[in-house]
Ligand binder design. Structure first.
Ligand SMILES: Cc1cc2nc3c(=O)[nH]c(=O)nc-3n(C[C@H](O)[C@H](O)[C@H](O)COP(=O)(O)OP(=O)(O)OC[C@H]3O[C@@H](n4cnc5c(N)ncnc54)[C@H](O)[C@@H]3O)c2cc1C
Length: 416
């Protein structure tokens, strides 16, 4: 059977693209080797981050480099094999992280972020998933007056780009979260127009169900080969099944390069791993808001599965064994905030953020083949940006006027 479009990857990004295309008249096949939202879009911190108007540059100041070098920090750790494997991408990341470059990148990035809640809302309504969403914002906690002061100054500036906040004292934090112990903190920021999702995987599954309800086809198959074929594309799976379409979208998150390298693309996509573990919720540790310990770099949030503790980043190979050091360190800090007695799983989850050196996703046409499209590399905010990416891809493929200028997100910006 021939489809109009095949989308490979049913994470938040691919599912949103498939939904938008199907909704606007294309006959779409969505393929994933697992159920929708089972990988990175399962394990994240569940925040739809309207406040995320800044990117995550590579440390360039000497003081920052000395802080990171011992590799014992809670927010970021580097493993040697990954440093060698991704040295070129990291060098580019370092180059893109000058203040001038970051200022330009953030302007482009904000053209996506500004639409994030509105575009999620369209899909939440269509899929009847409102029960998974809390619109009370989330809390950023600070342990030092210096970091809090700098964060408040930035938050005031960010009002200009639509980010709403309230500075919260310790008393106000306590009123918002009576079960939490804020003894180690000096205050925080309540991000007011960001949303929190109680089960990120369930939200992707709801969007995928809505895609099927409007006639889309979803199949659980491992894609092994992509080939241009008779004016369109042929996709082959590990079981030998073949599917044809006019257009092909690769939205396979951190695995995207595996699929497109045989076609001659070598984009500097690299993984940044994160871990999470759930703890059983009881009357002494229940909380209403996700809380981000800014100085120690971890998030604790109320999820359907329990209190989810998510770590910062570990630069490691995709298939490297799990290293629980970073999670164990943050758990010591987390347990001072809330009693986390009983873990839900015996082993923590790990998954990789798909990152690009210039901190922007790749969204748009592939530059060496007709009717081939890329949508990956959303790094720390792919869960937030899935629906807006879906809308943009639909507009591009259907040759409509596009919501944002997509030039900054082109695949050919790295020169191959
Ligand atoms: C710890 C952590 C916390 C995070 N917190 C947040 C947050 O609060 N907010 C936010 O916005 N973002 C957050 N992120 C980032 C976000 O989760 C990712 O950017 C986003 O999930 C990426 O979505 P995706 O659809 O591109 O990739 P994925 O969700 O990984 O989906 C890719 C899909 O492709 C499929 N696939 C791959 N290869 C093949 C193949 N050969 N055949 C078939 N299928 C294939 C995979 O099975 C997978 O389902 C966090 C990430 C981590 C790790």
């Amino acid at each position: 059977m021939r489809y109009d479009v095949i989308v490979v990857g049913a994470g938040m990004v691919g599912t949103s693209i498939a939904w938008h295309l199907q909704k606007n008249g294309s006959k779409v096949l969505l393929l994933d080797k697992k159920l929708p939202g089972s990988e990175t879009s399962y394990g994240n911190a569940g925040l739809i981050q309207r406040e995320a108007v800044h990117t995550h540059p590579f440390p360039r100041q000497v003081s920052q480099i000395f802080r990171v070098l011992p590799n014992q920090g809670t927010d970021i750790r580097y493993r040697l094999p990954a440093l060698f494997r991704y040295s070129q991408a990291l060098l580019q990341y370092w180059k893109y992280s000058t203040p001038q470059s970051v200022a330009k990148i953030e302007k482009e990035w904000q053209t996506l972020i500004e639409h994030c809640t509105r575009e999620h809302q369209v899909m939440i309504e269509a899929s009847g998933a409102d029960n998974l969403i809390s619109r009370d914002g989330w809390l950023q906690l600070h342990r030092s007056e210096d970091t809090l002061k700098a964060a408040i100054e930035a938050a005031v500036r960010d009002q200009e780009v639509g980010v709403e906040h309230k500075v919260v004292s310790l008393d106000e934090l306590k009123a918002l979260e009576p079960n939490a112990n804020f003894d180690d903190f000096v205050g925080g920021i309540h991000w007011l127009n960001s949303w929190q999702v109680s089960n990120p995987s369930a939200l992707v599954k709801a969007y995928a169900k809505s895609f099927e309800d409007i006639g889309g086809t979803l199949l659980t198959l491992d894609v092994t080969h992509l080939e241009q074929f008779e004016g369109g594309w042929q996709v082959t799976t590990d079981g030998g099944e073949q599917f044809n379409a006019d257009d092909l979208v690769v939205a396979a998150g951190p695995w995207s390069n595996h699929l497109i390298k045989p076609l001659g693309y070598d984009l500097p996509l690299f993984p940044m791993r994160g871990y999470h573990q759930h703890f059983i919720i009881n009357h002494k540790n229940s909380i209403h808001h996700s809380m981000f310990d800014m100085d120690k770099g971890f998030v604790m949030g109320p999820f359907q599965q329990g209190i989810r503790i998510t770590t910062g980043a570990e630069m490691t190979l995709m298939d490297a064994p799990k290293n629980f050091g970073q999670l164990e360190t943050v758990l010591r800090y987390a347990r001072r905030i809330l009693p986390l007695d009983e873990a839900v799983e015996s082993e923590a989850w790990a998954g990789s953020r798909p990152c690009m050196p210039d901190m922007k996703p790749v969204i748009g046409a592939a530059n060496k083949h007709e009717h081939l499209w890329f949508a990956f590399g959303h790094s720390h905010q792919g869960f937030t940006l899935g629906p807006v990416t879906g809308r943009i891809m639909e507009e591009l493929i259907h040759k409509k006027p596009v919501l944002v200028d997509v030039k900054p997100f082109n695949a050919d910006r790295f020169g191959n």
